[in-house]
Design a protein around this ligand. Structure first.
Ligand SMILES: [Zn+2]
Length: 307
């Protein structure tokens, strides 16, 4: 796979993007809240919006080719971690870009940024849900289709972006793979604070170790402008973190005080199909995580019951 360095142009775009993002007049409460986003951003009332509530009884099983991760295990040469008032975001300033291909993707997608969504307490906070269940934290790794010249260009195409999405579960122990990121989080509590870090942990340290099982569907950005250009890959296995680690996200400030929640409510599925890739270790992993499946076959459609 060809390795590509980030150009100064892309870096400039990141900076402009961060500033533009803050300049966007949206929030999560009152007149700036999600029910009003459609007043200014017409795509936010579209029919293929995200997040969604993934109903495991209504998924279509499909064995996709393996996802191919490139540069996910390499330390990141230089990153910026920024509190943009909506979330904490990590972008890469220098070094090789992690890429992904395979699975449901028809192209190679390059890393753009990663960020998080959370709630006021541990019973909610994730954007996507599974079987009406909310999780306390959700990670979005935003990648753009490298067939297009830039992230901005990719936003104009239906297959422009993919978001690798991971849900978290509460553990009694700190997840030590997040130590370096937590130091970064502590350094950007203030609104619009941004810090650079060198030799940062790899993307592989952020994500679930077992990524074999995932849901995938066509959706949108979950913030304005809500562009319907995202192939969502929602991994089934959660990432364990402690209550304290989750609480640290709520210490960030936005313009109104602490940023205690930044999740958009689930949107209607409409005519979309959610696919479920069970992964190689499906049978053992499902049983070991108490997600027993009883499948009933109806033609090419499998209705499953998760318990
Ligand atoms: Zn997000």
């Amino acid at each position: 796979m060809t390795k590509k360095n980030i150009s100064n142009g892309i870096l400039l775009f990141y900076i402009l993007g961060i500033l533009t993002c803050y300049a966007q007049d949206f929030g999560y409460d009152g007149s700036e809240g999600p029910t009003h986003w459609g007043d200014k951003y017409e795509k936010c009332v579209g029919k293929h919006q995200s997040p969604i509530d993934i109903d495991a009884k209504n998924v279509r099983f499909k064995d996709f080719p393996p996802l191919i991760y490139d540069n996910f295990d390499k330390h990141l040469e230089e990153v910026s971690v920024t509190n943009n008032g909506h979330t904490v975001m990590l972008s890469i300033d220098k070094g090789e870009i992690p890429t992904i291909s395979g699975g449901p993707l028809n192209s190679t997608y390059g890393f753009s940024q990663l960020h998080f969504h959370w709630g006021p307490n541990d019973t909610l906070g994730s954007e996507n849900k599974i079987n009406h269940h909310s999780f306390p934290l959700e990670l979005h790794i935003v990648m753009y289709n490298m067939a297009y010249s830039s992230f901005k260009q990719a936003l104009n195409f239906k297959d422009g972006l993919t978001v690798l999405s991971f849900l978290y579960s509460v553990s009694h122990e700190n997840n030590t793979r997040y130590n370096q990121f937590e130091q970064a989080l502590d350094a950007v509590h203030n609104l619009l604070a941004s810090k650079k870090f060198r030799d940062f942990v790899s993307l592989g340290d952020f994500v679930a170790i077992d990524r074999s099982a995932y849901f995938t569907y066509e959706g949108s950005l979950t913030t304005p402008p809500c562009s319907e250009v995202v192939t969502w890959i929602e991994f089934k296995n959660t990432i364990p973190v402690s209550k304290e680690q989750i609480r640290n996200f709520r210490l960030l400030y936005n313009k109104g005080g602490h940023l205690t929640h930044n999740y958009r409510p689930v949107q209607a599925l409409h005519d979309r199909i959610i696919y479920y890739n069970r992964g190689i270790s499906n049978h053992t992993s499902i049983m070991s995580t108490s997600w027993a499946i009883f499948a009933v076959f109806f033609g090419d459609r499998i209705i499953s019951f998760f318990v």
